[in-house]
Design a protein around this ligand. Sequence first.
Ligand code: SAH
Ligand code: SF4
Ligand code: F3S
Length: 440
Amino acid sequence: MSAPKKLFIKTYGCQMNVYDSERMAEALGGEGYVETKSADDADMILLNTCHIREKAAEKVYSELGRFKGLKAEKPDLKIGVAGCVAQAEGEEIMRRQPLVDLVVGPQSYHRLPEMEAKAREGEKVLDTDFPEEDKFEKLKNRPKAKRGPAAFLTVQEGCDKFCAFCVVPYTRGAEVSRPADRILREAQDLVERGVREITLLGQNVNAYHGAGPNGDLTLAQLIWELDKIDGLERIRFTTSHPNDMQDDLIEAHGTCAKLMPYLHLPVQAGSDKILKRMNRSHTAESYIRLIERIRAARPDILISGDFIVGFPEETEEDFQATMDLVAEVKYGTAYSFKYSTRPGTPAAERPQVDPAAADDRLQRLQALLTKQQREVQDSMVGREVGVLFEKAGRLPGQMVGKSDYLHAVHVAECNRQVGDLARVRIVSSGANSLAGELIG
Ligand code: SAH
Ligand code: SF4
Ligand code: F3S
């Protein structure tokens, strides 16, 4: 038998890309590939890319440039680009970077095995189709290997919201939900391989409406089905849109013990004028009322958000409205970005904000968000939380896991294993993590 070929995958962007990379590795696993952590000994390099901001997209070209020497040394090395940059700029990548052998979009990577075979024969292959067939059903090479205790599971793909700044509806296509039985089968399989926590993924996950035995299921109904799986202890989901936050999902946060008290609910901005121009179809007020309802159902829930500053025509007054909204909501975690012009999106054509003003606003927003995150993290001290251990810590006897609220927690003198779920009392709060001790 010949030695296995080595695959190096580098993943950029969101969790959906992390999930896709796992599935690509599995698909190529069926062709005799094993993963390697170093590009230097790879027979195939795959960059799974993100197109959300200009910097993310440009990174791909500089990364590819770095493989020039490697490719010269190893002419059999195959280099592929997958993900959202592949989808958006496939032909341009082939033109700009001749060392690329293969370009595959996010909806057609189940065809990677055939594409790899063609690339091995010296062909340049590009596939950025949105095929009719279900890629997840075609990905049948899934090995039954044991895996870590926390896993992602994509349940919904694409987006029909068309926020004026965003490339996702173009790179990932229309919003589609996977049928419930396939998701449940995959979840069961993950649990049999050691998974205790599943994060359901979708660009617009709370718009989920996959087919069930008696009609479509809402995300909350899907969560209740997953709740029945023995051995699955924790359920999370991301990313949600405020307008799709249905009553049954809010209620589930109060009643489903496996559903964790953490909700990523991006608002993007606090000015109604800007929200309207972003095509967000919610107001600052409706968002705040929504958060109140969620907190009424689950008072301790940790709220996470995404923000864009410097969106076209944002004034200082508009920005202040964002700061006011943040002050009112109090976020436990948040991601904030300077607006990045994306060709082909509606906002790209509009008058842009002075970059220095946008930088300044980003700094002020991040200072406020960091302060809030720290306060929320510090408020955990003295509390009892669940912790799912994910790995051994750096110190002997120490274990590291995630709390119900998704904080990293270090526990010293810990006699638990990876995959164990324990009750932990938080004793101190550090720069990026908490320290705790086992209860009982
Ligand atoms: N589906 C999610 C998030 C998609 S992208 C949602 O509906 O919110 C992740 C985040 O990237 C977005 O929430 C937004 O804050 C940011 N983002 C998207 N396009 C951007 C752009 N052109 N410039 C800066 N940030 C952007
Ligand atoms: Fe992009 Fe999210 Fe808006 Fe969809 S809802 S267009 S993914 S920001
Ligand atoms: Fe990036 Fe595509 Fe995800 S653009 S954020 S990798 S959906």
